[in-house]
Ligand binder design. Sequence first.
Ligand SMILES: C[S@@+](CC[C@H](N)C(=O)[O-])C[C@H]1O[C@@H](n2cnc3c(N)ncnc32)[C@H](O)[C@@H]1O
Length: 264
Amino acid sequence: MTDNPAKLAESVNAFYDEAMFGPRLLKYYAGSEYTNFGYWEAGTADAKTACDALMARLLGFIPDKKGQVLDVACGKGETTRYIARHYDEADINAINISERQLARGREIVPGARFQMMDATQLEFPDASFDAVVCVEAAFHFNTRERFLREACRVLKPGGYLVLSDILVDDSAEREHARRVPDNYVPDLDVYRRLFEEAGLVIDHLEDATEACWKNHYRHITRYAHEAYLHGDFTLEALQHALRPYYERVRYIQHYVLVGARKQP
Ligand SMILES: C[S@@+](CC[C@H](N)C(=O)[O-])C[C@H]1O[C@@H](n2cnc3c(N)ncnc32)[C@H](O)[C@@H]1O
């Protein structure tokens, strides 16, 4: 764990840049540029379908998808590309802290504006956006509270914030290299209050731990073992790939989907 901003960004980028551009994750995400757990229902065939389903669910919290939208922690731009199914590319801004990921985003959604920016220090004027989207990243921010206040500030009155987020136990917040100790949230009531204190009204809060985290875990462990059976993984590579998943079983408490609104 760290609360030094430069060290945190360095550690987050080293982890994601290596994983996201490696051949294994590209294959796992069926050639798409997503990096998230996705939303798995009975019959969901692959990770890209699950990630599209997660986006559909989150954007479903925005009743009228129009105006200016910001994709916070856009990764390699696949969430941004999904947003562009509903919004004009010219109306989409996307931010991230990795230049390498942003460069890929610019390639796949050329009409959107991708910028290097920290989610807790948004360089946009007040009331710039009709919607802010943030998929599976707020647990890295220093802090989640600062991000919620910034998201509220850049939203127009009545604008929507939709996000997926992961709550972990306090030992993981304290010990994990890519976590911030001040981000520890003991339960969903305290989590709700963070939004209220930032000026946001929650319309939807879905505990999607089963559909997102646990089904993703079931799928990726099976997927990796199939690869091992077919000789695509050595034993060492299998163990290296799955170790973080085994650890997450111990510390992930909730995977949540939130649809919130700035007070009109
Ligand atoms: C699990 S990935 C999700 C990426 C993308 N939203 C997706 O669903 O494919 C987490 C992302 O959060 C980004 N991130 C972490 N801390 C950030 C921060 N303080 N500001 C902006 N982005 C951040 C990482 O660079 C990474 O791209």
